[in-house]
Design a protein around this ligand. Structure first.
Ligand code: PLP
Length: 467
């Protein structure tokens, strides 16, 4: 009969640092789930340092092996903006993609080299642009007035503004893949047209000329981000070929040749909740890197120019499997032919279940050697149905058992919320250096820290509270 231990052995990917103690307790980065909860409280986000480092090195090496010019892997902070994660990746030499002043703060506080950072954003303000220019960060331009703002700031400060143009690419080949990943219905090209930012190559041509003509502005190249819409490397090749073709076209029309091309994020993993199914993806990152780099080089070749640097913006690939969310079982209810095990985490902490129908692997962390002979729904105790996993094979769970939700690193903490006024969990970094707190648990006071009651209502509220 299947147990948590045997299930885990089938799910493992090389960068996981998950195993099971002789007593049947899940260990993350060598630390037992039960003792982590005793030391840091429940629920708890547990981040494995060695997984983060291994993921960064693997994606970097995959692209370096396939691209004969310089490669800059920029961690997309939006996937998880925890400062310690950013600092650890800066320690590895990772560049950064940031969106807005908040992520810029995380990127600079996390010690990232500004020369390896891009600023994205479809509605950048003067403050963001000024800060990017001050720091020497490359701006992925996504609005034509950004060019004017950058020109004015460059003139006023005497600093050069480094600009990339973000491109919106809609090659026919996109429609060879399923559009199910997008929520707009229709084809992928239509989803890109509606949902993804950037300028079409037709629109970009005039903007390139504007940048070239303005003193203080340096055109670095082009960026594109269509995101993860397929786990098939052929999809990466379609996007890369379109980027190369657009660069050649803009070269013919304007004479400008890019010093760098930023091919964005969305790089899929083998075990990924966004696949919405338990099976592992068949393809590895090396196949995506080979497909994308091969297609890009082939598309650039006719121009006969020097190969640009290759920049990329992976978020989910680097942090996805680095975090495990540990939760403690509370009330277990059986009725109407169903069984529900409540835990102290909820979809507040895993919003992608609500927004993207993500499917997370769950493990009975404190009973990894018990047979998975029961079927239950694992639920959070909020007022919206907070179904973390429906009809899952588990041991018969009891109050106090520990459950692990895998792959909670990406777009989980970053978009968590406090619905039902529930404070958010703490995070802890685990690895050879021990278990270190990297984010404290929120308190109820934190939940209400930004609220105020006007004086005229205060007296009445105070009187009622005393009554
Ligand atoms: C511009 C841009 N770059 C990079 C990323 C990171 O994507 P992922 O986490 O899928 O790699 C995103 C995600 O939305 C993005 O919008």
């Amino acid at each position: 009969m299947e147990t948590g231990r045997s299930l885990l052995s089938r799910l493992l990917v090389p960068s996981d640092r998950l195993d099971v103690s002789p007593a049947g307790m899940l260990r993350i980065g060598g630390h037992e789930a039960g003792s982590l909860l005793r030391d840091f409280g429940s629920p708890l986000v547990v981040v494995a340092e060695e997984t983060l480092r291994a993921n960064y090195r693997r994606i970097r090496d995959a692209f370096v092996a396939n691209w004969p010019a310089a490669v800059n892997v920029m961690y997309a902070t939006k996937a998880n903006s925890t400062l310690a994660i950013r600092a650890l990746l800066s320690d590895e030499g990772a560049g950064g993609d940031c969106f807005g002043l908040g992520e810029l703060h995380a990127t600079t506080t996390g010690g990232t080299d500004p020369a390896r950072v891009v600023m994205n954003g479809s509605n950048k303000g003067r403050e963001e642009i000024a800060e990017a220019i001050r720091l020497g960060i490359t701006i992925n331009v996504d609005g034509d007035d950004e060019i004017d703002m950058a020109g004015e700031i460059a003139a006023a400060t005497g600093r050069e503004a480094r600009l990339n143009l973000r491109l919106k690419l809609m090659p026919e080949g996109l429609d060879g893949f399923s559009a199910a990943f997008f929520k707009t219905g229709g084809t992928i090209r239509e989803a890109v047209r509606r949902q993804k930012w950037g300028f079409t190559p037709e629109a970009a041509s005039g903007l390139v000329r504007r940048i070239l003509a303005r003193p203080g502005l340096r055109l670095r190249g082009y960026s594109v981000h269509l995101g993860r819409f397929s786990a098939d490397p052929a999809a990466s090749a379609v996007v890369a070929a379109a980027l190369g073709e657009a660069a050649c076209r803009l070269h013919r029309e304007t004479g400008a040749w890019p010093a760098m091309l930023d091919i964005g994020g969305g790089w899929p993993r083998q075990r990924e909740p966004e696949s919405r199914a338990p099976e592992l993806n068949a393809f590895a990152i090396e196949e995506h890197a080979a497909a994308a780099c091969g297609a890009l080089r082939a598309a650039l070749a006719p121009a006969g120019q020097a190969l640009p640097e290759l920049w990329l913006e992976p978020g989910r690939y680097i942090v996805g499997n680095a975090s495990v969310l540990l939760a403690t079982v509370g009330a277990v209810k059986r009725d109407a032919g169903l069984a529900w095990a409540h835990v102290d985490a909820s979809t507040n902490d895993l919003m992608r279940i609500e927004t993207s129908q993500s499917w997370y692997h769950l493990l009975p962390a404190s009973r990894m050697d018990d047979p998975l002979d029961a079927e239950l729904d694992l639920v959070g105790g909020t007022c919206i149905p907070s179904v973390i996993g429906a009809r899952r094979a588990m041991p018969v769970l009891r109050r106090g058992d520990v459950v692990a939700i895998l792959d909670a690193g990406m777009y989980a903490e970053a978009i968590s919320n406090q619905f039902n006024s529930i404070p958010r969990p703490a995070s802890v970094l685990v690895g050879p250096a021990g278990a270190e707190a990297i984010r404290r648990r929120e308190t109820i006071a934190d939940v209400f820290a930004t609220h105020s009651i006007p004086e005229r209502l205060r007296r009445a509220a105070g009187m009622r509270a005393r009554a």
